[in-house]
Ligand binder design. Structure first.
Ligand code: HPA
Length: 266
Protein backbone atom coordinates (compact mmCIF):
# COMPACT_ATOMS: atom_id res chain seq x y z
CA UNK A 1 0.00 0.00 0.00
CA UNK A 2 2.94 2.32 0.71
CA UNK A 3 4.10 2.57 -2.88
CA UNK A 4 0.64 3.42 -4.21
CA UNK A 5 0.19 6.10 -1.54
CA UNK A 6 3.60 7.60 -2.25
CA UNK A 7 2.91 7.69 -5.97
CA UNK A 8 -0.56 9.25 -5.59
CA UNK A 9 0.65 11.83 -3.06
CA UNK A 10 3.17 12.96 -5.66
CA UNK A 11 0.40 13.45 -8.22
CA UNK A 12 -2.49 15.07 -6.35
CA UNK A 13 -2.99 18.69 -5.34
CA UNK A 14 -5.38 18.15 -2.44
CA UNK A 15 -6.27 15.17 -0.33
CA UNK A 16 -9.73 13.69 -0.91
CA UNK A 17 -12.18 13.61 1.98
CA UNK A 18 -14.80 11.48 0.23
CA UNK A 19 -14.32 8.50 -2.10
CA UNK A 20 -16.90 7.32 -4.60
CA UNK A 21 -16.55 3.88 -6.16
CA UNK A 22 -18.48 3.45 -9.40
CA UNK A 23 -20.09 0.16 -10.37
CA UNK A 24 -20.85 -1.26 -13.83
CA UNK A 25 -22.45 1.28 -16.13
CA UNK A 26 -22.16 4.12 -13.61
CA UNK A 27 -19.02 5.54 -15.20
CA UNK A 28 -20.62 8.85 -16.37
CA UNK A 29 -20.36 10.18 -12.84
CA UNK A 30 -16.60 10.49 -13.36
CA UNK A 31 -17.21 13.27 -15.90
CA UNK A 32 -18.84 15.47 -13.29
CA UNK A 33 -15.68 16.03 -11.28
CA UNK A 34 -14.19 19.51 -11.75
CA UNK A 35 -10.55 20.56 -11.51
CA UNK A 36 -9.85 16.90 -12.16
CA UNK A 37 -6.56 15.06 -11.95
CA UNK A 38 -7.14 11.81 -13.84
CA UNK A 39 -4.79 8.94 -13.06
CA UNK A 40 -5.06 5.77 -15.17
CA UNK A 41 -4.58 2.57 -13.19
CA UNK A 42 -1.65 1.59 -15.45
CA UNK A 43 0.30 4.52 -14.04
CA UNK A 44 -0.04 3.45 -10.41
CA UNK A 45 2.54 0.87 -9.31
CA UNK A 46 0.99 -2.46 -8.32
CA UNK A 47 -2.59 -1.32 -8.97
CA UNK A 48 -4.97 -4.06 -10.15
CA UNK A 49 -6.21 -3.36 -13.68
CA UNK A 50 -9.96 -3.68 -14.37
CA UNK A 51 -10.81 -6.19 -17.02
CA UNK A 52 -14.60 -6.08 -16.61
CA UNK A 53 -16.43 -4.47 -19.53
CA UNK A 54 -18.16 -1.33 -18.28
CA UNK A 55 -15.37 -0.47 -15.87
CA UNK A 56 -13.01 2.25 -17.02
CA UNK A 57 -9.84 2.03 -14.93
CA UNK A 58 -8.91 5.42 -13.56
CA UNK A 59 -8.87 7.47 -10.40
CA UNK A 60 -10.26 10.98 -10.68
CA UNK A 61 -9.27 13.44 -7.97
CA UNK A 62 -11.07 16.78 -7.89
CA UNK A 63 -14.16 18.59 -6.64
CA UNK A 64 -17.81 17.74 -6.61
CA UNK A 65 -20.38 19.95 -4.86
CA UNK A 66 -17.54 21.80 -3.17
CA UNK A 67 -16.08 18.65 -1.61
CA UNK A 68 -12.68 17.16 -2.32
CA UNK A 69 -13.41 13.76 -3.79
CA UNK A 70 -11.72 10.84 -5.42
CA UNK A 71 -13.79 8.81 -7.85
CA UNK A 72 -12.68 5.26 -8.50
CA UNK A 73 -13.97 4.42 -11.95
CA UNK A 74 -13.51 0.69 -12.29
CA UNK A 75 -12.86 -1.73 -9.46
CA UNK A 76 -11.10 -5.06 -9.12
CA UNK A 77 -13.30 -8.12 -8.59
CA UNK A 78 -12.44 -11.52 -7.16
CA UNK A 79 -13.73 -13.21 -10.32
CA UNK A 80 -11.05 -11.49 -12.41
CA UNK A 81 -8.49 -13.57 -10.56
CA UNK A 82 -7.32 -10.76 -8.30
CA UNK A 83 -6.39 -11.72 -4.75
CA UNK A 84 -8.72 -10.39 -2.08
CA UNK A 85 -5.89 -8.02 -1.03
CA UNK A 86 -5.89 -6.47 -4.50
CA UNK A 87 -9.70 -6.27 -4.51
CA UNK A 88 -9.62 -3.96 -1.49
CA UNK A 89 -6.35 -2.14 -2.24
CA UNK A 90 -8.06 0.82 -3.89
CA UNK A 91 -10.48 1.37 -1.01
CA UNK A 92 -7.68 1.16 1.53
CA UNK A 93 -5.42 3.55 -0.35
CA UNK A 94 -8.21 6.11 -0.79
CA UNK A 95 -9.06 5.92 2.92
CA UNK A 96 -5.38 6.33 3.84
CA UNK A 97 -5.15 9.37 1.58
CA UNK A 98 -7.91 10.95 3.66
CA UNK A 99 -11.18 9.70 2.16
CA UNK A 100 -12.66 8.27 5.34
CA UNK A 101 -16.22 8.64 4.01
CA UNK A 102 -16.87 6.28 1.16
CA UNK A 103 -19.79 5.91 -1.20
CA UNK A 104 -19.82 2.47 -2.83
CA UNK A 105 -22.05 1.75 -5.81
CA UNK A 106 -22.74 -1.38 -7.78
CA UNK A 107 -24.97 -3.05 -10.30
CA UNK A 108 -27.01 -5.84 -8.73
CA UNK A 109 -29.66 -8.42 -9.50
CA UNK A 110 -32.98 -7.76 -7.78
CA UNK A 111 -34.31 -10.57 -5.60
CA UNK A 112 -36.93 -8.61 -3.67
CA UNK A 113 -40.07 -8.69 -5.80
CA UNK A 114 -40.96 -5.12 -4.87
CA UNK A 115 -37.99 -3.90 -6.93
CA UNK A 116 -37.95 -3.47 -10.64
CA UNK A 117 -35.25 -2.98 -13.22
CA UNK A 118 -33.64 0.40 -12.74
CA UNK A 119 -34.53 0.69 -9.04
CA UNK A 120 -32.02 2.37 -6.74
CA UNK A 121 -31.48 0.58 -3.45
CA UNK A 122 -29.71 1.72 -0.30
CA UNK A 123 -27.79 -1.24 1.14
CA UNK A 124 -28.70 -1.72 4.79
CA UNK A 125 -26.61 -4.83 5.45
CA UNK A 126 -24.89 -7.67 3.64
CA UNK A 127 -24.38 -11.40 3.43
CA UNK A 128 -20.76 -12.20 2.63
CA UNK A 129 -20.98 -15.41 0.58
CA UNK A 130 -17.74 -14.99 -1.33
CA UNK A 131 -16.02 -17.64 0.77
CA UNK A 132 -13.26 -15.21 1.67
CA UNK A 133 -12.67 -12.07 3.68
CA UNK A 134 -10.12 -9.30 3.12
CA UNK A 135 -9.09 -9.50 6.78
CA UNK A 136 -7.98 -13.16 6.67
CA UNK A 137 -4.39 -13.64 7.77
CA UNK A 138 -2.30 -11.78 10.32
CA UNK A 139 -4.01 -8.57 11.40
CA UNK A 140 -2.38 -5.33 10.34
CA UNK A 141 -2.83 -3.38 13.57
CA UNK A 142 -1.95 -0.15 11.79
CA UNK A 143 -5.18 -0.53 9.79
CA UNK A 144 -7.59 -1.64 12.50
CA UNK A 145 -8.53 -4.22 15.13
CA UNK A 146 -8.42 -8.03 14.78
CA UNK A 147 -12.16 -8.53 15.24
CA UNK A 148 -13.95 -5.49 13.81
CA UNK A 149 -17.59 -5.05 14.65
CA UNK A 150 -19.90 -5.14 11.62
CA UNK A 151 -23.14 -4.05 13.33
CA UNK A 152 -22.93 -0.62 11.71
CA UNK A 153 -21.03 -1.61 8.57
CA UNK A 154 -23.27 0.73 6.57
CA UNK A 155 -23.23 4.01 8.46
CA UNK A 156 -26.60 4.79 10.10
CA UNK A 157 -25.81 8.51 9.74
CA UNK A 158 -25.12 8.28 6.02
CA UNK A 159 -28.06 5.95 5.44
CA UNK A 160 -30.36 8.46 7.12
CA UNK A 161 -28.83 11.21 5.00
CA UNK A 162 -29.39 9.16 1.83
CA UNK A 163 -33.06 8.54 2.69
CA UNK A 164 -33.71 12.16 3.58
CA UNK A 165 -31.93 13.37 0.45
CA UNK A 166 -33.88 11.01 -1.80
CA UNK A 167 -37.12 12.24 -0.29
CA UNK A 168 -36.07 15.87 -0.68
CA UNK A 169 -35.26 15.50 -4.37
CA UNK A 170 -38.23 13.24 -5.10
CA UNK A 171 -36.18 10.17 -5.98
CA UNK A 172 -37.40 6.71 -4.99
CA UNK A 173 -34.81 4.93 -2.87
CA UNK A 174 -35.53 1.37 -1.77
CA UNK A 175 -33.60 -0.41 1.00
CA UNK A 176 -32.24 -3.92 1.11
CA UNK A 177 -29.71 -6.56 2.09
CA UNK A 178 -27.01 -7.30 -0.48
CA UNK A 179 -25.66 -10.82 -0.92
CA UNK A 180 -22.15 -10.93 -2.35
CA UNK A 181 -21.06 -13.98 -4.34
CA UNK A 182 -17.80 -14.53 -6.18
CA UNK A 183 -19.31 -14.83 -9.67
CA UNK A 184 -18.49 -14.71 -12.52
CA UNK A 185 -21.52 -16.87 -13.30
CA UNK A 186 -24.83 -15.26 -12.65
CA UNK A 187 -26.82 -17.30 -10.16
CA UNK A 188 -29.09 -20.23 -10.85
CA UNK A 189 -32.81 -19.83 -10.09
CA UNK A 190 -32.34 -22.27 -7.17
CA UNK A 191 -29.54 -20.13 -5.78
CA UNK A 192 -31.80 -17.09 -5.99
CA UNK A 193 -34.58 -18.91 -4.11
CA UNK A 194 -32.02 -19.86 -1.46
CA UNK A 195 -30.72 -16.28 -1.23
CA UNK A 196 -34.26 -14.98 -0.75
CA UNK A 197 -34.88 -17.46 2.09
CA UNK A 198 -31.70 -16.39 3.90
CA UNK A 199 -32.66 -12.73 3.71
CA UNK A 200 -31.13 -11.26 0.56
CA UNK A 201 -32.90 -8.56 -1.43
CA UNK A 202 -30.05 -8.03 -3.91
CA UNK A 203 -27.23 -10.09 -5.34
CA UNK A 204 -23.91 -9.04 -6.80
CA UNK A 205 -20.19 -9.66 -7.02
CA UNK A 206 -18.58 -6.63 -5.38
CA UNK A 207 -18.80 -3.99 -2.64
CA UNK A 208 -18.71 -6.28 0.40
CA UNK A 209 -14.90 -6.79 0.50
CA UNK A 210 -14.45 -3.02 0.27
CA UNK A 211 -17.10 -2.36 2.93
CA UNK A 212 -15.37 -4.81 5.28
CA UNK A 213 -11.87 -3.41 4.70
CA UNK A 214 -13.12 0.16 5.14
CA UNK A 215 -14.97 -0.63 8.36
CA UNK A 216 -11.81 -2.24 9.66
CA UNK A 217 -10.08 1.11 9.07
CA UNK A 218 -12.86 3.04 10.80
CA UNK A 219 -14.16 4.66 7.60
CA UNK A 220 -17.83 5.59 7.21
CA UNK A 221 -19.45 3.62 4.40
CA UNK A 222 -22.68 4.07 2.49
CA UNK A 223 -23.54 1.79 -0.42
CA UNK A 224 -26.08 1.79 -3.21
CA UNK A 225 -27.16 -0.80 -5.75
CA UNK A 226 -28.73 -0.15 -9.07
CA UNK A 227 -31.02 -3.07 -9.90
CA UNK A 228 -29.84 -3.64 -13.45
CA UNK A 229 -31.86 -6.82 -13.88
CA UNK A 230 -34.19 -9.00 -11.87
CA UNK A 231 -32.23 -11.99 -10.53
CA UNK A 232 -32.22 -15.38 -12.27
CA UNK A 233 -35.55 -17.20 -12.49
CA UNK A 234 -37.66 -14.19 -11.47
CA UNK A 235 -38.55 -13.37 -15.03
CA UNK A 236 -38.37 -15.97 -17.73
CA UNK A 237 -35.42 -14.31 -19.41
CA UNK A 238 -31.69 -14.91 -19.45
CA UNK A 239 -29.40 -12.33 -17.86
CA UNK A 240 -27.07 -10.52 -20.25
CA UNK A 241 -24.17 -8.32 -19.21
CA UNK A 242 -25.23 -5.86 -21.93
CA UNK A 243 -28.56 -5.42 -20.19
CA UNK A 244 -26.74 -4.80 -16.91
CA UNK A 245 -24.65 -2.06 -18.52
CA UNK A 246 -27.59 -0.53 -20.36
CA UNK A 247 -29.74 -0.23 -17.23
CA UNK A 248 -26.77 1.23 -15.36
CA UNK A 249 -26.44 3.89 -18.03
CA UNK A 250 -30.19 4.59 -18.04
CA UNK A 251 -30.31 5.37 -14.34
CA UNK A 252 -26.87 6.89 -13.95
CA UNK A 253 -28.24 10.45 -14.08
CA UNK A 254 -30.69 9.72 -11.27
CA UNK A 255 -27.85 8.14 -9.30
CA UNK A 256 -25.61 11.13 -9.92
CA UNK A 257 -28.35 13.53 -8.81
CA UNK A 258 -28.81 11.63 -5.55
CA UNK A 259 -25.11 11.49 -4.78
CA UNK A 260 -24.55 15.14 -5.67
CA UNK A 261 -27.47 16.18 -3.47
CA UNK A 262 -26.06 14.19 -0.54
CA UNK A 263 -22.45 15.30 -0.87
CA UNK A 264 -22.58 18.63 0.98
CA UNK A 265 -23.64 16.79 4.16
CA UNK A 266 -21.59 13.59 3.79
N1 HPA B 1 -26.25 -11.37 -10.20
C1 HPA B 1 -25.02 -11.07 -9.75
N2 HPA B 1 -24.41 -9.93 -10.01
C2 HPA B 1 -25.07 -9.03 -10.76
C3 HPA B 1 -26.35 -9.27 -11.26
C4 HPA B 1 -26.97 -10.51 -10.96
O1 HPA B 1 -28.11 -10.80 -11.37
N3 HPA B 1 -26.71 -8.18 -11.97
C5 HPA B 1 -25.68 -7.30 -11.89
N4 HPA B 1 -24.68 -7.81 -11.15
Amino acid sequence: MKEQIQYLESRIKVRPEIAIVLGSGLGPMANEVTDATVIPYEDIPGWPLSTAVGHAGKLIFGQLEGRNVVVMSGRAHLYEGHSIDKVVLGARVMARLGATKVILTNAAGGINLSYNRGALVLITDHLNLQGTNPLLGPNDDSLGPRFPDMTFCYSPRLRQLALETAQRIGSTLHQGVYACLSGPTYETPAEIRYLRIIGADLVGMSTVPEAIALNHMGAEVVAFSCVTNMAAGITNEKIHHDEVLETGRDVSQQFINLIRAMLPSV
